[in-house]
Design a protein around this ligand. Structure first.
Ligand SMILES: [Zn+2]
Length: 137
């Protein structure tokens, strides 16, 4: 990867896998200007996973939609953004166990979110089920 400051080549000086998500964190140093910056490598879920809706139509998986549905469900809490980030990581890990062919049913996405919220906060769970599970898409 090129240096974000000067555009010259960089080398990796440190890296580690994230325990909470499918990502690798890397520290890079520019071979020319010696500046240091950090990158994260993660799977492109939008490009890798297709959602099968209840009516049979297909659409690219949207991590943003999952995140937003969880965020809205946590809106009454003290730190909904932090909660939604952590819960979305949990969601992603669980979803990966259900993917064999690159296609996941919408109902499975809803069930995973619903189960996670049930164990987290009953008000969030109730909100999620009222606003997201009964919709067709
Ligand atoms: Zn540089």
């Amino acid at each position: 990867m090129e240096c974000i400051h000067c555009g010259n080549l960089t080398r990796v000086t440190n890296s580690r896998s994230s325990k909470s998500s499918f990502s690798i964190w890397r520290r890079r140093q520019c071979q020319s200007c010696k500046e240091i910056f950090t990158t994260t490598e993660a799977p492109d879920l939008k490009a890798s996973i297709v959602v099968k809706n209840i009516d049979g139509t297909l659409e690219p998986f949207s991590p943003d939609k999952v995140f937003m549905s969880i965020l809205y469900s946590c809106n009454h809490r003290k730190s909904p953004l932090d909660d939604a980030r952590a819960l979305t990581n949990t969601f992603t890990k669980r979803m990966m166990h259900h993917i064999n062919t690159g296609i996941i049913e919408k109902t499975i996405i809803q069930k995973i979110c619903s189960d996670i919220l049930m164990n987290f906060d009953i008000a969030s769970h109730t909100y999620y089920n009222a606003y997201y599970v009964r919709k067709k898409n």
